[in-house]
Design a protein around this ligand. Structure first.
Ligand SMILES: C[S@@+](CC[C@H](N)C(=O)[O-])C[C@H]1O[C@@H](n2cnc3c(N)ncnc32)[C@H](O)[C@@H]1O
Length: 299
């Protein structure tokens, strides 16, 4: 989302967001889930053409992406079938296709799928990727078996009901199959400090909203909910056991501060070392711009 880190957040648009009107008492303002999903889709459609450039994939995003690739390659058997949820412009899908995996790459945004298809068309990987315009909340429309599912950089933050995703992933995954997610976290010390120092406390606290909140991308709205690893895992715990959690961009700044990071290259390397060596420790792993989570399907 610009990525999420480059987003200029709006104030939460209404206190009732995140539930359907029926869940909320008469008179409470609410945005239905369908409208949230449609607005989010439009926002991503509007940036799809350039999202594989610095807007959506700068050096700090790529740093986190490599941690996710490492985890996926560790758990996905060679040449197996992968499911990419919220594939964007297809950077991950093309990486894994090049390594010999076959990938079903899904995204809610038609613009993202068109961009991804066009990028892949020029390569020899195109036969190993099946592109589908499909929201994470619509995985019931998908058939087949996958060894591993993954979702990078916040697609799952945009889904109103993650328990549905958990049920469908359990149906689609092979026995003891894995899922690897990078999710936008709730507690990002850098972001708190950065916006508090600017005198913008509402912006600093946007990740603490209880429900879905609207954030701005290209002057359109993306609806998202922010999680601690524990809150996120609670949506999956019936079908999946927790294998690993790790903070990403905890000491390293969030991607929207990439120019600061580049200006302080030596310090940046030290912070990167700290991220890699302390991001998995208790307490610390619950903070950071994102967290990486690995789950395994229960017997
Ligand atoms: C920040 S981008 C990340 C894209 C890609 N995973 C990557 O690593 O470059 C988030 C993606 O999630 C997609 N998305 C948003 N809501 C979604 C939903 N409900 N279901 C599936 N994809 C969704 C967006 O269209 C966008 O492509």
């Amino acid at each position: 989302m610009g990525r999420w880190r480059a987003l200029r957040c709006m104030d939460p648009l209404n206190r009732g967001a995140g539930r359907t009107p029926a869940d909320i008492g008469a008179g409470a303002p609410a945005v239905p889930f369908e409208a949230m999903l449609a607005q989010t889709r439009q926002a991503f459609d509007s940036v799809a053409e350039t999202y594989d450039g610095p807007r959506g994939n700068n050096a700090l995003i790529q740093r986190m992406r490599e941690r996710s690739w490492y985890a996926i390659e560790r758990y996905a058997p060679a040449s197996s079938r992968l499911l990419d949820i919220g594939c964007g412009t297809g950077i991950d899908a093309m990486h894994f296709a090049a390594l010999g995996y076959s990938v079903c790459a899904t995204d809610a945004s038609g613009g993202m799928i068109s961009r991804a298809t066009a990028r892949a068309a020029a390569t020899s990987m195109k036969d190993r990727i099946d592109w589908r315009q499909l929201g994470a909340q619509e995985l019931n429309r998908l058939d087949g078996r996958f060894h591993t599912a993954y979702s990078n950089f916040g697609a799952l933050n945009c889904v109103p009901d993650l328990r549905l995703v958990a049920r469908e992933c359990a149906r689609l995954l092979t026995d003891r199959g894995h899922m690897v997610f990078t999710v936008i976290g709730r507690l990002c010390p850098w972001e708190l400090g950065y916006y508090l120092l600017q005198g913008r406390p509402r912006r600093a606290c946007v990740r603490f909203a209880r429900d879905m909140v609207a954030v701005q991308l290209n002057q359109l709205r993306v609806w998202a909910r922010y999680y601690t690893p524990r809150q996120f895992y609670r949506c999956f715990d019936r079908q999946f056991e927790l294998v690993h959690t790790q903070a990403l961009s905890l000491w390293v700044p969030p991607p929207y501060l990439v120019s600061w990071h580049e200006r302080h290259a030596h310090l940046g390397r030290m912070l990167g070392w700290l991220d890699d060596h302390t991001g998995g420790l208790p307490l610390l792993r619950s903070a950071g711009d994102h967290f990486l989570m690995v789950l395994r399907k229960r017997h």
